[in-house]
Ligand binder design. Structure first.
Ligand SMILES: [Zn+2]
Length: 282
């Protein structure tokens, strides 16, 4: 069974700085409320099933048994306050729930979810997961000890807030490696979302690893809907774009984020993007 997972970031009413990390790089992943609504309505036009929650594996089989379409999953990274103020109500109006991945060191700080909001979202049926503690900019370059510490500390913080186990996480910045999965699993994470635009899940050291397709500012309003379609073009182009960047990244090393800023955010005319640009999200 393939799973089509979508990755969103913050959603804002008037200013991207209302929610989440405040930087030009982070802003490029934030959607206005109208843009977010357009993506959700696009999905709703072509899907009658509700998005899957990875903590309810039974639903995966039920959905797959009734439909020839891949189950879909909604995820939102970073833990910005807009999950509470903008995202949750919109999902719930459609009868949907999503996954909210929290950078736990930011809990309660300006623009981020606080503990009561996280508890309420959990009670409303959203899945709360870890997005590490400090959101390192190049997570896969961290030492094994640091990775381990980030997962352990973040999980502990969320479990202290929620009072129950947290077993789902997403990788910050899309900086994934096999070691990232291994350290996540050893810290108790059994399902890990990357930003690799692929629908196949895989098992890494016993940790279930799922890719995601990023929806970012400037994407066509029907990007999410087109990703839902059986025709693979949109998914393929997302993968091709991501993979191309994957090839240059090792060559550029630490300069990659800066150069990617220029290439992706500069004066280059962009066609309606379906790019799952995983490495630059905040
Ligand atoms: Zn992030």
């Amino acid at each position: 069974m393939q799973t089509l997972s979508l990755l969103f970031h913050d959603v804002y009413a008037t200013d991207p700085r209302e929610s989440g990390f405040a930087s030009a790089a982070a802003d490029r992943y934030k959607l206005s409320a109208a843009a977010f609504d357009a993506q959700l309505q696009g999905i709703a036009r072509v899907r009658r099933d509700v998005p899957l929650l990875v903590t309810e594996p039974g639903r995966l089989n039920a959905s797959g048994g009734r439909s020839t379409q891949d189950p879909f999953v909604i995820t939102v990274d970073d833990g910005g306050v807009s999950y509470y103020t903008m995202v949750a109500d919109r999902l719930e109006a459609l009868g949907w729930r999503g996954h909210c991945f929290v950078s736990t060191d930011a809990i309660g700080s300006r623009g981020f979810l606080d503990a009561p909001q996280i508890r309420e979202l959990d009670a409303r049926g959203h899945v709360i997961g870890s997005h590490t503690a400090s959101h390192p900019s190049r997570f896969s370059a961290c030492s094994v000890d640091r990775m381990q510490q980030e997962w352990v500390r973040s999980r502990q913080a969320l479990e202290d807030v929620l009072g129950h186990e947290v077993i789902v996480a997403s990788v910050p910045g899309g900086a994934y490696s096999s070691t990232v999965a291994r350290t996540a699993l050893s810290a108790g994470v059994t399902t890990l979302f990357t930003s690799e635009p692929m629908t196949a899940s895989r098992d890494e050291h016993g940790c279930r690893v799922l890719g995601r397709f990023t929806i970012r500012r400037g994407d066509s309003p029907d990007t999410a809907r087109r990703l839902m379609l059986p025709a693979p073009w949109t998914r393929w182009s997302a993968w091709a774009s991501w993979n191309a960047k994957g090839l240059v990244k090792p060559l550029l090393g630490s300069a990659y984020p800066r150069i990617a800023d220029v290439v992706l955010g500069g004066s280059v005319t962009r066609t309606p993007k379906t790019t799952a640009d995983s490495t630059r999200h905040a």
